[in-house]
Design a protein around this ligand. Structure first.
Ligand code: NAI
Ligand code: MG
Length: 361
């Protein structure tokens, strides 16, 4: 049967960039005879407007059934004053939580045509292609006890970094599987020098390496040293696996090696479903960009590359994914630039639609 995809455009530029993904899907159906069972639904502010909730139960149920979910972006000034529980972002958080998406994949790829725009030296980032895997459902953001408490005449803010072996093992396995599909190299980052959870993290990752992935070149690095190395010589890495907090910071550092927010895709994966495919949500890293929404200026590349990740990781269509990625690279090499990319010298300023025209061409 056809692979199934649930499209949730969301708010702001979400629907604008998703329209462009639909064009890429149409092209693949027409030119490559690859077809998908696509359904579309609403999420975020759009769902709040229609149903009074940022994620309807029916939409949640659909998301649990499909092979992959592709989400645009949620939120906007119109919804800023809403109650926390019905804010657009809650829709996205509910999806991540109920699908139990514990492995957040953030690639950092530096396209040659954009290398000059980085604040780093050209030879440091040209050809960069790394993947950061961040644990997304545990660690210090969720550990108990947490809260602000009173102790004598002081107040104390508490968060707890907590990881179980199974939480470490499942994200490590996801990262090792990626390393297998990529270049056979994985670096795990924690602070085992000062943190007990880091000691456990290092031990468990190494155990999995020894028992299940002896062919992968596995290394460990303290996360602070890793941050430094990511800026100094990022090409030494291929797959990096790390916890929720360090991954939050390290993936933002890596993102900025490569250029604009409008270029960055992501995937969040959970456990395998009955058909062997992991639960999966793909989304651009950027938000709904209310400052440029409705003007045809949004860069569609982050969302198109998120779809390419779905092709590769959910549908086993690595060739089609490479085709889409290559087309993006070619459009950039031809000098096409949405306004967010105009920091790059030269180039032709284009809007959302023209960028996709060039990618399809
Ligand atoms: P943002 O990512 O929406 O925008 C930050 C800046 O980057 C803006 O100047 C925007 O114009 C630009 N930008 C972002 N994506 C772009 C693209 N594809 N092409 C060209 N320029 C692009 O972040 P911001 O402004 O902090 O948040 C705006 C709204 O989006 C808020 O309501 C926020 O809560 C929500 N948001 C949603 C996310 C999601 O759905 N995953 C993630 C981040 C923010
Ligand atoms: Mg962050």
């Amino acid at each position: 049967s056809k692979p199934s995809l649930l499209i949730l455009p969301g708010d702001g530029i979400g629907p604008e960039v998703m329209t462009e993904v639909r064009r890429v899907i149409d092209w693949l159906e027409k030119e490559k005879d690859i077809s998908f069972d696509v359904t579309e639904d609403i999420v975020g502010g759009a769902a709040y407007d229609a149903h009074g909730t940022p994620l309807h139960d029916d939409t949640m149920a659909k998301a649990q059934e499909v092979d992959a979910v592709l989400l645009g972006a949620v939120g906007g000034p119109k919804y800023d004053a809403l109650d926390f529980n019905v804010k657009p972002e809650r829709g996205l958080l509910r999806l991540r939580k109920e699908m139990d998406l514990f492995a957040n994949l953030r690639p950092a790829v530096c396209f040659d045509a954009l290398a000059a725009a980085s604040s780093l030296k050209h030879d440091v980032i040209a050809g960069l292609d790394i993947m950061i895997v961040r644990e997304l459902t545990s660690g210090v953001y969720f550990g108990e006890p947490r809260g602000v408490f009173t102790e004598g005449n002081e107040r104390v803010g508490i968060n707890t970094q907590r990881y179980t072996t199974s939480e470490i093992q499942r994200v490590a396995r996801a990262a090792f599987e990626l390393a297998k599909k990529r270049n056979g190299k994985l670096c795990s980052m924690e602070k085992a020098n000062v943190m007990e959870s880091g000691v456990l993290w290092r031990e468990e990752v190494q155990k999995i390496a020894d028992a299940e992935y002896p062919e992968i070149e596995t290394s460990h690095m303290y996360a602070d040293a890793g941050a430094m190395q990511l800026v100094r010589a990022p090409k030494q890495f291929d797959v990096i696996v790390t916890d929720n907090l360090f991954g939050d910071l390290l993936s933002d550092i890596a993102a900025m090696l490569t250029g604009s927010l409008g270029m960055l895709p992501s995937a969040s994966l959970g456990l395998p479903m009955a058909n062997g495919r992991p639960k999966a949500l793909y989304e651009p890293v950027h938000g709904s960009a209310p400052d440029i929404a409705g003007q045809g200026l949004a860069n569609p590349i982050a969302c198109i590359l998120s779809f390419a990740m779905a092709l590769r990781y959910s549908f086993d269509m690595g060739e089609a994914a490479a085709l889409v990625e290559g087309a993006v690279e070619a459009a950039l090499a031809d000098g096409l630039r949405t306004p967010d990319l105009m920091t790059v010298e030269g180039g032709t300023k284009v809007g959302t639609t023209e960028m996709t025209d060039a990618i399809l061409a």
